[in-house]
Design a protein. Sequence first.
Length: 448
Amino acid sequence: MHAISSGGGHAVHHGPKKPFYAQLYFQVLFGVIVGAALGHFAPDLAIHFKPLGDAFIKIVKMMIVPVVFCTIVIGIATVGANQSIGRTLLKAMILFYILTIIALVVGLVAVESIRPGTGMHIAPSSIDPREAARYAASARPLDFIDVLLHIIPTSFFTPFAEGEVLPVLFIAIITGFGLRKAGAAGASFLNGLQSFSTALFAAFGFLMKLAPLGAFGAIAFIIARNGLASIGNLGLLIVTFYLASMFFVFVVLAVLAALHGINILKLLRYFREELLVVLGTSSTEPVLPAVLFKLEKLGCAPSSVGLTLPLGYSFNLDGTAIYLTLASVFLAQALDIELTQWQIISMIFVMLLTSKGAAGVTGSGFAALVATLAAMPNTVPVAAVVLIAGIDRFMSEARALTSLCSNCVACVVVAIWEGACDRVTLQRELNEGYMSEPELAPASTPAE
């Protein structure tokens, strides 16, 4: 088990600090800058580097399901008697929904204060009917029961083949409790799973060395395909969204972290490599295994973060929540539609559901927006999303970054609530502020 305690678990081998140019975060940042420059100045050449970004995301995503499965199963199977799995899940879900409600309100206040859509006076009849039909057709009716039933897979191995995190979470919880019930009879399987988990983290550390190339290819294609000029007069919407996201991270999350003795700037510095990868790929999924490992290294018990983080990837997408209220009201402003207070409140309740269906995949926030408007046909027409489709990619980075920051803070806070966080290790790691190398190969200790 990747035990986390001051007396054992992860061996801390920082060694001499590498020069800045050899650090992964600098290499990823360099890849993002070079990719953006190439996409802007040589777009015809830049689009050919798209496979680099696609390949990196596919390579890393193939590791997510086994990493999540191993982490959760081992965490539940070895959890101490003083910890309750159900209590951890309940506290995590309560915190997720509180943060989501705050994020929705932050987006609403930002768009109502700055009003980026006021004065555009776009007539609904001016929207391309073919584009409108395409988005309207893609809007599926909201069915919360279907979402819940989808968590239960058709077979044990189906979610492993399809790479779906929530069904894997369901299977892992059942398997973990099964191992606890099996006792000594399941020890051999548990020991094998622990060895396999160590190998997975070591392999993932090797794959993360490809992050600079992946970020370079992804950002080069995004800039080449969309072009900075496509921002145009919708730039104020983008600025409003980024300001709202920054407020949520540096005020809301900072206050939550400070109440638990955590410096938000130190925490973000600790996850700088992962944040830069998300910036380049516009997706949080490629960094899930790395974030799991780093949370454990911060002193959070695997039994806590193994449950909280994968759950947060589907139920704590605060960047998407900010985007939903902000984009919906922006479209109403652009179309000169006056939304009543009851309509806005109703939209927020609907968004509490639609925001949970947008997993950390690029563009899923836009799909959640379509689903929200489709669920409320008497507010803003679904076809109106065509107005912001061209600039959505410029906001997807902020959506993903905000959601990742929120999940990192939430996981540490829940671990603290559960007494499953070594506060000495937490402060030491945050104060040091770096890892010698993101090898992600934990020093395993046998389960006690």
